[in-house]
Write a protein that binds this ligand. Structure first.
Ligand SMILES: Cc1cc2nc3c(=O)[nH]c(=O)nc-3n(C[C@H](O)[C@H](O)[C@H](O)COP(=O)(O)OP(=O)(O)OC[C@H]3O[C@@H](n4cnc5c(N)ncnc54)[C@H](O)[C@@H]3O)c2cc1C
Length: 380
């Protein structure tokens, strides 16, 4: 513990690793401190879907574009495969078509297109349900297999950027130049705390001021349907959940109709994301239950709703379930993330909207600029 670092990062989830990358790019000496043997939280339980289209208009949407570009740049360097590209959001109701068309008319629709029923069937017939009216198609997304991408990213940060990892080490006090850990004192000039859904161990009072809750999600892996999906798939329900669509005035009519036709889905916070892995299997979700500690007992009703929406959106009978898991992320009522400054040399970063894989690299660039000043373009 005699080594002195420029910056210590608490947490080896995607937000911690994104900050390690942004700091290392500034030639900072970085240590990442993680209490588990390896990342085990939301960052390896997610879809790995780096979503641009549908992110909240403005800042989140811009951060997602920046983050997607960084994933595309570093993935080949770190040996991470981009498993899928783009998005096909299937549309079953006229109200959903109206939301998609309104979305296309915004700056966020750049590069996207809205297909009618015939064109959708001609291009993507294998995933067009009988009642499909069309689809919103985006080229902007990429997808990684998070459970393997996170370890690969950490290994690359260590090998290519000299980042030190201290695992199985819990941090219980942060006051640079000292961090007190379960393995003794770590010396670092600055610290960035990226604790995921741990609201109490570090800076609990500062976190409480942002009023986060925990959101628990149910996830499934299904056996391969026997063919490659042309892109990740979403559906009508996503248009009232993702803020980039849901905030459009046209979403009100869709929500009203869904409240009548799919009330149980909405009550379980269910919408559909289907992504595909290299072996053909599908990661499918998800539901959303909120509280100070939502139960870890994934409700069968939510799973039934997810599989029902899979069938309605794609017309495919769901292949057998091969895995089930839950994941938890922080959720705040009025912000998608925050960067707090408990002191001049400490930043506390939390993504409070379930979008950390999609916005984390962009957020990290911002934190590092805040902590160390704007990048000059010249090596420091
Ligand atoms: C089921 C699910 C699906 C999702 N799908 C997507 C998706 O497809 N796309 C997307 O963009 N986002 C998605 N999200 C959201 C995304 O996964 C999260 O926003 C992101 O992973 C948060 O990353 P994090 O690093 O903040 O948290 P975490 O991954 O939870 O990591 C925090 C780490 O900090 C460590 N830690 C905390 N306190 C301490 C301490 N005191 N000392 C040492 N270590 C500490 C923890 O052990 C943990 O490893 C999903 C989330 C879930 C749960």
């Amino acid at each position: 513990m005699t080594e002195t670092y420029d910056v210590a990062i608490v947490g080896a989830g995607i937000i911690g690793l994104a900050h390690a990358l942004a700091a290392a790019k500034r030639n900072k000496r970085v240590v990442v401190i993680e209490r588990d043997p390896r990342a085990d939280g939301a960052s390896i339980r997610n879809f790995g879907f780096i979503t641009v289209t549908g992110q909240e208009r403005g800042e989140s949407w811009r951060l997602a574009r920046a983050t997607r570009d960084i994933w595309a740049e570093i993935a080949p360097l770190a040996g991470i495969a981009l498993e899928q590209k783009g998005l096909i959001l299937t549309l079953r109701r006229p109200e959903a078509m109206a939301v998609a068309e309104a979305f296309l008319a915004t700056e966020m629709g750049e590069g996207c297109e809205c297909l009618g029923a015939v064109e959708f069937r001609n291009r993507y017939g294998r995933i067009a349900a009988p009642g499909a009216r069309g689809a919103l198609v985006s080229p902007h997304e990429v997808r990684v297999e998070s459970r393997t991408a996170l370890p690969l990213l950490a290994a690359w940060l260590a090998a290519a950027h000299g980042v030190t990892f201290m695992t199985e080490t819990a941090v219980h006090a942060v006051a640079p130049p000292r961090l007190e850990t379960s393995r003794g004192t770590v010396h670092a000039a600055a610290a960035i705390v990226c604790p995921g859904a741990d609201f109490v161990t570090l800076f609990g009072d500062r976190i409480a001021a942002h009023r986060p809750q925990k959101c628990r999600l149910s996830m499934l892996r299904l056996a391969s349907p026997g063919f490659r999906l042309p892109a990740p798939v979403m559906s009508d329900l996503s248009l009232v959940r993702y803020a980039g669509y849901a905030a459009l005035p046209e979403a009100t009519a869709l929500r009203q109709r869904l409240e009548t036709e799919q009330a149980t889905h909405l009550a379980n916070g269910v919408h559909l994301i289907v992504v595909q892995s290299a072996d053909g299997s599908l990661v499918v979700g998800d539901s959303h239950h909120y509280g100070d500690l939502p139960p870890p007992f994934a409700p069968a009703e939510a799973e039934a709703c997810i599989l029902d929406e899979f069938f309605r959106a794609t017309g495919l009978p769901p292949p057998p379930v091969t895995e089930r898991w839950v994941g938890t992320y922080p959720s705040a009522p009025d912000r998608t993330f925050f960067i707090d400054a408990p002191s001049q040399d400490v930043r506390l970063v939390m993504v409070t909207s379930g979008t950390g894989a999609s916005t984390g690299f962009g957020i990290a660039e911002r934190t590092i600029a805040d902590l160390f000043g704007p990048a000059t373009g010249a090596p420091e």
